[in-house]
Design a protein around this ligand. Sequence first.
Ligand code: NAD
Ligand code: IPM
Ligand code: MG
Length: 360
Amino acid sequence: MSKQILVLPGDGIGPEIMAEAVKVLELANEKYRLGFALSYDELGGAAVDKYGVPLADETLERARQADAILLGAVGGPKWDSIDPAIRPERGLLKIRSQLGLFGNLRPALLYPQLAAASSLKPEIVAGLDILIVRELTGGIYFGQPRESKVLDNGERMAYDTLPYSESEIRRIAKVGFDMARVRNKKLCSVDKANVLASSQLWRAVVEEVAKDYPDVELSHMYVDNAAMQLVRAPKQFDVIVTDNMFGDILSDEASMLTGSIGMLPSASLDADNKGMYEPCHGSAPDIAGKGIANPLATILSVSMLLRYSFAQVEAANAIEQAVSKVLDQGLRTGDIWSEGCRKVGTAEMGDAVVAALATL
Ligand SMILES: NC(=O)c1ccc[n+]([C@@H]2O[C@H](COP(=O)([O-])OP(=O)(O)OC[C@H]3O[C@@H](n4cnc5c(N)ncnc54)[C@H](O)[C@@H]3O)[C@@H](O)[C@H]2O)c1
Ligand SMILES: CC(C)[C@H](C(=O)O)[C@@H](O)C(=O)O
Ligand SMILES: [Mg+2]
C-alpha cells in the first residue's frame, strides 16, 4: 500500500510555502519512486473557519492514519480575538500532544552561501551546525492548572503551571544523547535549575541518563546564559536539549544565525519516528499574500520527512543539495537577500529548487 502523507497548509503564508514544498515532494516522489499518496486538510485558523474548531476530530483521525504529516503554519490576526480555547495555536498544540510528538528536532545550519545574511559576523558563524532538541508535549504549554480570573479585589490575574515528570525528561534526554552520539558527541542541556523546581528535576534526570552515554560529553547551562552564548560564540554548541518553552525561544534566536527564520525546518517525532514536519516560523501575517515568503524552511522540512519517517536518505540529501545549488545560483527571497544576489519570490524559489532537483 502507498504511504500516506497528510498535508496541512494552515494560515497566512502557510498555503504559499506549502505549494512550493509540495512541488518538491511530488518530484521526489516520482524521481525516487517513493509511492507516496498526498491528502489535504485544514489546521489552525483555516480549520476554525471550516469546522468551527482549530483541529477537527476527523482531521485528527486522518493524522493518526497518515504515515507522516507536513504542516505549513497556523495563526494570524483574524483569529486573535476569538475564544482562547479555539485559537489556531491550540489546534497545533493538540495535534502535537494527541500524536505524542514529544521530540522536536530543530537544526540550525548555516549554508555557506548565506554567511552575509547571518546576523553575526561571518567568522563567528562559518560552518555553524547546531541541533536544538526541544521537548514538545509537556511543560508550561500543557501544565494544569492554568487559569485567568478576577480576584475578590477586582484585579485580573492569570497563571500557568510548568510540570515535568521524570519519564518525560528521560525520553527527551535520550533523544538528545542519541542525536549527539551520531553527531559530535557533545550535548548541552539548557535549563533554569538555579530557580525552577522543574529544571532541578530536569538536570538530575539528564545526569542519570548520561550514565548510559559515557561517550557523550554532557554540559549544563542556564537558559539566560545560553541565549547570550548563542550570539557570542554559537559554534561551542553541537546538540542542545531543552524544555518546551526554552526550545521555542532559543530556536527562533538560532534561526537568525543561519540568515533567517525562513531557513529553519523541524521534525516533531514520537517514539517510533512517526512525525509531523513543519518550518519553525509562523504564518507571517505581515507578508502573507504577497508571494515573497521564503519556502526553503518548508522544503527542508520535506527533506527531514524523507530522512526521519521513511529513511529515504538519498532523496533527503538530494533536496538539501538542490537547495544549496539554488543558493549557489544567487537566488534569494527578501529575508536572505544580500548585495549581488537576485531577489526572487516564493514560487520562483520553489521552481528553482524543483529544477535543481530534477538535474541531480
Ligand atoms: N508553527 C507554527 O504554526 C507557528 C510558529 C510561530 C508562530 N505562529 C503563529 O504565527 C503568527 C505570527 O507570529 P509571529 O509574527 O510572532 O512569528 P512569524 O514567525 O510568523 O513571523 C516573524 C517574522 O519573521 C518573518 N518570517 C517568518 N517566516 C518567514 C518566511 N518563511 N519568509 C520570510 N520571512 C518570514 C515574518 O514576516 C515576521 O516578520 C501568530 O499567530 C503565531 O502564533 C505559528
Ligand atoms: C504557534 C506556537 C504554538 C508554536 C510553539 O510555541 O510551539 C510556534 O511558536 C513554534 O515554534 O512551533
Ligand atoms: Mg516558535
